[in-house]
Design a protein around this ligand. Structure first.
Ligand code: NDP
Ligand code: 2IT
Length: 448
């Protein structure tokens, strides 16, 4: 008889061999399953039913060609993906990422993470993710529209409000969701609002969805501090990125009394000692779709560090909100040396495994993305509820629901970490709480 730890090692080797070259997927799988040994020991039935083996294998993976024509008449060929990872708790649900770095392994890691994140929300949503290696940067609105129309011309046959509901992620916001929905509606002859979330509130979208991921991250940080009898008031924060998640994390952190002194994009870092001016960041990023270096045009007293390392800026709280593996062990050491109290992930898997271990070992609070950034997908589920009942809730009511969901996620993770003898370790808490929820639903369905 193999023991639980040996079983986990075997599962991991199978995942590696079956998915060669997909390092990010391997990393995401290991990060979850290495914490599941005590669950297998407590409940051997999960092992007998091979639940972990099943949970690591996507239910479906779709890859397709996306041809489109640019404004000069040149033809381009991109690759489209949609992975339906797990539908035990509901239809596949998760975003679309448009970024030149996207490979199948990227989408698989994100869809795998989504399985546990979506379970933590307590909403009836399974997990999926999709996207393309298309780069929206520097493209005209017409080019983005033609790309989205071509992408949806294949994707439409695989999705539906009861099957799979995509939303945004890196490079996909309400502009792209609009073009995608328009094409879906046209091809299917259905105004099926619940097939996509992250829609504009001008036409069937939910208020607060745009703000929800970032707001949720700030709420999660607030809960983490509360559990240590501390508050956000007066704390200095660093938030990487300046996209959707970063902007609304900054907004809520400021509302809750903290001061964000730095943000970034892939070109460099802005450090503004008196506090980042969010109106300026919004005008650059949401308005002009420009580079963060333009911040200096309005605030010459701030500092721009081209190719700078944002984690070198001393702070009480660090919020990686850009992309995977953006915060490595060197950055973690610097943050710890500079007295950082907690790291809360807005992005998916932004901290490398060694960085995470360093935080856990040194007592720095660590909020993993699958818990801390779940407010986005949770609000997507609220958007689906509104679409299903043809209703539209107020901003205040929806934000209250989001706040309650984040507080619940925090207490689920906290109490599960306590139950498994690792009080305050949110990695253990988030992985085990969500795994049990998905596993129990899978068991109910038999061997499928
Ligand atoms: P956006 O496209 O709005 O913004 C992304 C930001 O991150 C930009 O500032 C971008 O800089 C930077 N960035 C992206 N890729 C890289 C890279 N490879 N290297 C350096 N910087 C990079 O995306 P979101 O804000 O929506 O997403 C940010 C993160 O949050 C992602 O990890 C996403 O998966 C996660 N997330 C998003 C949710 C959502 O609802 N949108 C929900 C939960 C998690 P530049 O513009 O220069 O490329
Ligand atoms: O990573 C994520 O949770 C998202 N990009 C949001 C997914 C969604 O369906 O709202």
């Amino acid at each position: 008889m193999v023991n639980a730890q040996e079983r986990i090692d075997v599962i991991y080797n199978v995942v590696k061999n079956r998915n060669p070259g997909e390092a990010e997927f391997h990393q995401a799988v290991w990060e979850v399953i290495e914490t599941l040994t005590p669950v297998l020991e407590k409940c051997p039935y999960y092992a007998k039913q091979k639940i972990i083996e099943r949970i690591c294998e996507p239910e479906r993976q779709i890859i397709f060609r996306v041809p489109w024509e640019d404004d000069n008449g040149e033809v381009h060929i991109n690759r489209g993906f949609r992975v339906g990872f797990n539908s035990a708790l509901g239809p596949y649900k998760g975003g679309l990422r448009f970024h030149p770095s996207v490979l199948l392994g990227t989408i698989k890691f994100l869809a795998f993470e989504q399985t546990f994140k979506n379970a933590l929300t307590g909403m009836p949503i399974g997990s999926g993710k999709g996207g393309s290696d298309f780069d929206p940067k520097g493209k005209s609105d017409s080019e983005v529209m033609r790309f989205c129309q071509s992408f949806m011309t294949e994707l439409y046959r695989h999705i539906g409000e009861l099957t799979d509901i995509p939303a945004g992620d890196i490079g996909v916001g309400s502009r792209e969701i609009g073009f995608l929905f328009g094409q879906y509606k046209r091809i299917t002859n259905r105004y099926e609002a619940g097939v996509l979330t992250g829609k504009s509130p001008l036409w069937s979208g939910a208020l607060v969805r745009r703000e929800s991921t970032g707001y949720g991250v700030a709420y999660f940080a607030e809960q983490m501090l509360k559990a240590r009898n501390e508050s956000l008031d007066g704390l200095s924060c660093v938030v990487s990125g300046s996209g959707n998640v970063a902007i609304y994390a900054i907004e809520k952190l400021h509302q809750l009394g903290a001061k964000v002194v730095a943000c970034s994009d892939s070109g460099g870092v802005i450090y503004h000692e008196e506090g980042i001016n969010l109106d300026t960041v919004k005008a650059i990023k949401e308005g002009a779709r420009g580079r963060i270096s333009a911040y200096l045009d309005e605030h010459p007293e701030a500092e721009y560090r081209a190719d700078g390392n944002i984690w070198e800026i001393p702070c009480h709280l660090a919020f990686p909100c850009a992309t995977q593996n953006e915060l490595d062990e060197n950055a973690a050491e610097t943050l710890i040396e500079n007295g950082c109290k907690a790291v809360v992930e807005g992005a998916n898997m932004p901290c490398t495994p060694i960085a995470v271990d360093l935080f856990l070992d040194s007592g720095v609070g660590y909020g993993p993305g699958k818990a801390a950034n779940a407010g986005g997908v949770a609000t997507s589920a609220l958007e689906m509820q509104q679409n299903a009942s043809r209703d539209a809730w107020s901003f205040e009511y929806t934000e209250k629901r989001l706040h309650a969901i984040m507080a619940n996620i925090h207490s689920d993770c906290y109490h599960t970490s306590e139950e498994f003898g690792a009080k305050g370790n949110y990695v253990v808490g988030a992985n085990i709480a969500s795994f049990r929820r998905v596993a129990d639903a899978m068991l109910a369905f038999g061997i499928i």
